[in-house]
Structure formats: C-alpha cells, structure tokens
Design a protein around this ligand. Structure first.
Ligand code: TYD
Length: 220
C-alpha cells in the first residue's frame, strides 16, 4: 500500500452519480489511516469557487470557458493539490482536466490542441532530466470514469434540482462529452478505470472498490 501522496480524479457526464462513491472512498482511505481531502473542479479554493459560479451560470464562448476553468485549476493546483501531495495526503478530486477536454473539447467543440497546451502550462513544472530541462505535467495517478449512456443520465437529472448551464444541455451534447472522455482514455489507458454506471449503486460501489484493490490502493 502506497503512503506517498495520492491524487485520484472522478469523471463522468452530469447525472453519472460520482458523489456518494467519492465520500465512500474518503471513508475507506481514512480507515487506512490516511489524511484525505475531497475537493472539486472548477473550484476547491475561494478564487476558483468564484470562477465556478461564473462558468456554471453565465453564457460565454467555449474559449472563455476553457480559460476560466484552467485559471481556476491553476489556483487549485498551486494552493491545494501540490501542497497536499507534498504532505503525502490523499486528494479525491471531483472532476479535473479530463472534464475540460470532455466538456469544452468534446461538448463545445473547442480546439483539443489548445487545451493540451493550456494543460501543460497550468499543470507543468520544469524538471531536469539527464542534464536537460523537461516539463512534467501533473496528472491524477488514477481517474475513475463513471460511464453512463447520455439518455440514462438525462433521465436521472429530470426533476432532481434546478439545472445549471451544462445540466440543461440536450442529450446530444452529453454524447459528445462522453466521446471526449473516450478519447482521453484512449490516449492514456493506464490512468483510467471505466466503471459501468448503468447499474445499481451498490454494484457500482463494488466495482469502484475492486478497481482500487486491483491498483493496490486499497487492501483486499
Ligand atoms: P458537477 O461537477 O456536476 O457538480 P454538481 O454535481 O454540483 O453539479 O458540475 C460541474 C460542471 O462543470 C459540470 O457540468 C461539468 C462542468 N465542467 C466543465 O465544463 N469544464 C471543466 O473543466 C470542469 C472541471 C467542469
């Protein structure tokens, strides 16, 4: 079992049902004696939470959205994620950069390459490797993708609460978001675990725990 800092992100279209499983994992890691923080994006710092309110509620073009979520991420990474990992803690993050590729890239059709450049700027630190300088880009050690057909997720959201800007998008938007997630998984398969979330919550939870055990992150 690792005792160094551990960064896990949770992804999926709106309505995929991440929250209860994030809480459950926090509990499981605390039972192992780990210090755990649950955080979220956009958000996780006072400044980033203010940017979240804008992104989720104000109409804006896709580039503005991308720049604001990356600005929020920069503040969050610098002030919360890097320091916590430096202290050897567990960070459970409700959405991270895969959401930007999925929503702004897939859903809104914003340029994937530009997002990759922003990702390198915002999450990069320069390191010296074999005498020359290189950029090391922060990524979660593990990303759990709660995958659910878009029509099923839409059905779950109906009447659940007042929808924000993204939640009120049509099913076709979420099909494109899901395609964005699939593209990210394809580019970095070892980081991802895809969980079939079109199952009863207790079955989804069992799959989440198995995935953690398979990765050596929780005991059998
Ligand atoms: P969500 O995480 O679903 O929170 P809640 O359960 O409180 O509604 O909402 C965040 C929304 O922000 C979600 O619709 C996805 C969107 N989002 C982006 O569009 N880009 C991003 O980079 C991130 C992190 C989120």
């Amino acid at each position: 079992m690792t005792t160094s800092g551990l960064f896990i992100s949770f992804e999926g279209i709106d309505g995929a049902g991440k929250s209860t499983h994030i809480e459950g994992l926090a509990h499981a890691f605390r039972a192992q004696g780990r210090v755990v923080s649950i955080t979220r994006e956009p958000g996780g710092t006072p400044l980033a939470e203010r940017l979240r309110t804008l992104v989720l509620n104000e109409p804006m073009d896709a580039m503005t959205e991308a720049l604001l979520v990356f600005a929020a991420r920069r503040d969050h990474v610098q002030n919360v994620i890097w320091p916590a990992l430096g202290r050897g803690e567990v960070i459970l993050c409700d959405r991270f950069t895969d959401s930007t590729f999925a929503y702004q890239g897939g859903g809104r059709g914003f340029d994937w390459q530009v997002l990759s450049v922003l990702e390198q700027w915002v999450q990069g630190t320069s390191v010296v490797r074999q005498g020359s300088e290189a950029i090391q880009v922060l990524q979660p050690e593990l990303t759990i993708w709660f995958d659910l057909p878009a029509p099923v997720a839409a059905g779950r959201l109906v009447g659940a609460r007042i929808p924000d800007k993204f939640e009120s998008q049509p099913v076709a938007f979420f099909e494109q978001v899901a395609a964005g997630y699939a593209k990210r998984l394809e580019a970095d398969p070892s980081r991802f675990v895809r969980i079939d979330s079109d199952q009863a919550p207790e079955v989804v939870w069992r799959d989440v725990v198995h995935a953690m055990q398979n990765k050596g992150l929780l005991p059998w």
